[in-house]
Design a protein around this ligand. Structure first.
Ligand SMILES: NC(=O)c1ccc[n+]([C@@H]2O[C@H](COP(=O)([O-])OP(=O)(O)OC[C@H]3O[C@@H](n4cnc5c(N)ncnc54)[C@H](OP(=O)(O)O)[C@@H]3O)[C@@H](O)[C@H]2O)c1
Length: 330
């Protein structure tokens, strides 16, 4: 549609992360219970996972605006007015990345199924006076047809994509021994196939316009680099290992094609978003506990890594940024 007028689970949980750490866990028990109670009382907002919108917490909208501001980062000037596609921009990391890019003066097509959230963010960016624009696009990335329509709409209305941030992703609690095939397919379709289709289409868009300095950034995960002994994360982890291989394979193909288009992946540990609430959709207490046991990364931490990667001079290619919360063990 265009334009539309619309990890205790996956990333390793506290038990997997904390090897002992008893004092922190036990002292946090009360906080976890309180958070879980809050979750059952209030619907989490896309910017403020598991907590009521009345509470100002890290990662909330005003903080995101405050951290990056509208001052151009050195190295970001060359991206001004150019077009970035951010998948999964309806919340969490994707929303923070979309906002950060708009703050740096880019045109950003933000896509997801819940396009209303992106429209809300676009209105906020506009009223905040950010120099760029956020263009919401409704797209179900598990449908190739939807993805191709989106690229064709971008081509006809905005010429094409200069930066592709493959961020959309999900985890289902489907183990290898007894998980459902449909849960595996959901993860594979978005985390691996959609990322690959968007990458191919973004590259073709750059090539046909002779864009030689584009950038493809995959939001990977620490789960793409080690397997945590937590059964419900194993298939998810396999999809993220695929992202590690796809990013390096892409880098090699871009070299063979003699372009200067760059490929990077960013691999966060636990980030406080809606991710765990979707994984544990029947157990919000468990989801809330995911984010209570250690001080997690915030979506803006990842957004800042994206800005850093983009701001490096064209001869510098960052392959992978691995970023964990300081307190994360695995
Ligand atoms: N949170 C963490 O601890 C963590 C750690 C490492 C890596 N990551 C990775 O970071 C990325 C973003 O995750 P997050 O934490 O920000 O999670 P999130 O808050 O759940 O956001 C996920 C985003 O993906 C989109 N998405 C999912 N399925 C989609 C589909 N079929 N079509 C279109 N969009 C779809 C969602 O949009 P709609 O539902 O509106 O479609 C949403 O915008 C993922 O790739 C995840 O694997 C997360």
């Amino acid at each position: 549609m265009w334009p539309v007028a619309e990890e205790r689970g996956v990333e390793p949980g506290p038990q997997a992360r904390q090897d002992g750490g008893g004092s922190r866990r036990s002292s946090d028990a009360g906080r976890s219970a309180a958070a879980a109670a809050a979750v059952t009382r209030e619907r989490p907002s896309p910017y403020n996972p598991g907590r009521g919108s009345a509470t100002q917490v890290p990662g909330s909208r005003s903080e995101v605006g405050g951290r990056l501001g509208t001052m151009a980062r050195a190295g970001m000037e060359r991206w001004r007015d150019r077009l970035a596609l951010v998948t999964g921009a309806s919340g969490g990391i994707g929303a923070a990345v979309a906002r950060a890019l708009v703050q740096q003066g880019l045109k950003v097509v933000g896509c997801a199924r819940t396009v209303g959230n992106i429209e809300e963010l676009a209105a906020e960016c506009k009223s905040a006076g950010y120099p760029g624009t956020l263009i919401p696009y409704k797209c179900d990335l598990s449908s190739e047809e939807d993805i191709l329509s989106m690229f064709s709409a971008v081509r006809s209305q905005y010429s094409g994509v200069d930066i592709c941030i493959n961020n959309a992703g999900l985890a289902r609690a489907d183990t290898l021994l007894s998980g459902s095939t449909s849960g595996w397919k959901d993860m594979f379709n978005v985390n691996v196939l959609a990322l690959s289709i968007c990458t191919r289409e973004a590259y073709q868009s750059m090539k046909e316009r002779k864009v030689d300095d584009g950038h493809i950034i995959n939001i990977n995960s620490m789960s793409g680099h080690r397997v945590v002994p937590q059964s419900m994360t194993h298939f998810y982890s396999a999809t993220k290992y695929a992202v590690t291989a796809l990013t390096e394979g892409l880098r090699q193909e871009l070299r063979e094609a003699q372009t200067h288009i760059r490929a990077t992946c960013i691999s966060p540990g636990l980030v406080e978003t809606q991710f765990a609430f979707k994984l544990h959709d029947k157990d919000p207490e468990k989801a809330a506990a995911t984010y209570e046991h250690i001080k997690c990364l915030k979506p803006e931490d990842v957004a800042e890594a994206v800005i850093y990667v983009l701001s490096t001079p064209p001869h510098v290619q960052i392959g992978d940024i691995q970023m964990r919360p300081t307190e994360q063990v695995t």
